[in-house]
Design a protein around this ligand. Structure first.
Ligand SMILES: NC(=O)c1ccc[n+]([C@@H]2O[C@H](COP(=O)([O-])OP(=O)(O)OC[C@H]3O[C@@H](n4cnc5c(N)ncnc54)[C@H](O)[C@@H]3O)[C@@H](O)[C@H]2O)c1
Length: 289
């Protein structure tokens, strides 16, 4: 159901839109009137997300491909313009989290996989989208991470890929302001997707426990709580915001010690939200062919 108009008449591409936080961004944006290209790998449930949006009266189309290749990045932007006439918003949300290991044991394969999917996809999508964003005076929002700000043990290379995104978006913000394009970053903390559960991702239960204890709010954030901040930054309400890194992290980047244990158990329930998310735990947590 379209319940708001904060993105009325806007066209958005959301990369990694089939699962996890991306699904929530697609549904939130559609709910606020945006026409959305739900983009992901061929085995991601992007068609399902687009269908679910349409069933609620929103407008969406799916795109499948590997956005770390120039051909597919170009096809994705072309599809948005062909279907919806323009592009206002690019969300670089796609990413992978294939391994957790001490660096001496960390595989080259996982490292290369992250460089390709976490960095190349954002670089290429931004490069290809910019000429269209110049026309609409649009904006780009990329996914950073608490790990990009303070690093993450047993996944130092992942934190490094997100640190790249933090610097990348600031550089873009400075150089693209002259074209009227705003560039910002959302840095999630531990979010309730496939990545942060021992049953669906590479973290073991000890890491999951440490992660929650390090978070003052004592719980994961929901994909919808992250999408709410993407919505603000993508909307005209953020018209004077560029080069900003918005942490949505339950306080984990400012915490000292195991503060999560201090949170009262009554505060640890995640909010229900209003989106019906069906793909939040189907994310990308292994190396795929
Ligand atoms: N979950 C967390 O705790 C957390 C914390 C900090 C940052 N983030 C960031 O948020 C973003 C989303 O994470 P999530 O937890 O929702 O994970 P997710 O696996 O559910 O979503 C990521 C999606 O991107 C897709 N993707 C990856 N590379 C692609 C490519 N080259 N082309 C097309 N699609 C591609 C994946 O297939 C997947 O569907 C990521 O950028 C991640 O780094 C997540």
């Amino acid at each position: 159901m379209i319940t708001g108009n904060r993105l009325k008449d806007k066209v958005a591409i959301v990369t990694g839109g089939g699962t996890g936080i991306g699904e929530a961004i697609c549904k939130k944006f559609a709910q606020e009137g945006a026409r959305v290209v739900v983009a992901g790998f061929p085995d991601d449930p992007v068609a399902k997300v687009a269908k679910e949006i349409k069933e609620k009266g929103g407008t969406a189309i799916d795109f499948t491909g590997d956005l770390s290749t120039m051909a597919d990045a170009q096809s994705c932007v072309k599809l948005a313009v062909k279907e919806f006439g323009k592009l206002d918003i690019l969300i670089n949300n796609a990413g992978v989290f294939p391994e957790v290991n001490l660096l001496q044991d960390y595989s080259e394969e996982a490292f290369d996989y992250m460089i390709k999917n976490n960095l190349r996809s954002a670089f290429l999508m931004s490069k290809v989208a910019l000429p269209e964003l110049h026309k609409t005076k649009g904006n780009i929002i990329s996914a950073g991470s608490e790990a990009g700000k303070i690093g993450i043990a047993q996944n130092a290379p992942y934190g490094g890929t997100k640190g790249f995104m933090h610097a990348f978006i600031k550089g873009l913000a400075v150089e693209q302001a002259q074209f009227g394009v705003r560039c910002n970053l959302v840095g999630p903390g531990p979010i309730d997707t496939a990545w942060t559960h021992a049953s669906t991702g590479p973290m073991d239960s000890k890491m999951v426990k440490t992660m929650k204890e390090a978070t003052p709010m004592g719980r994961r954030g929901t994909p919808e709580e992250v999408a709410n901040v993407y919505l603000f930054l993508a909307s005209e309400e953020a018209s004077y915001v560029t080069g900003a890194l918005y942490m949505v992290d339950g306080g984990i980047t400012v915490a000292k010690g195991g503060v999560g244990g201090q949170a009262d158990s009554s505060m640890k329930d995640e909010p229900d939200g209003e989106l019906k998310l069906k793909h939040s735990k189907e994310g990308h947590t292994e190396i795929r062919e």
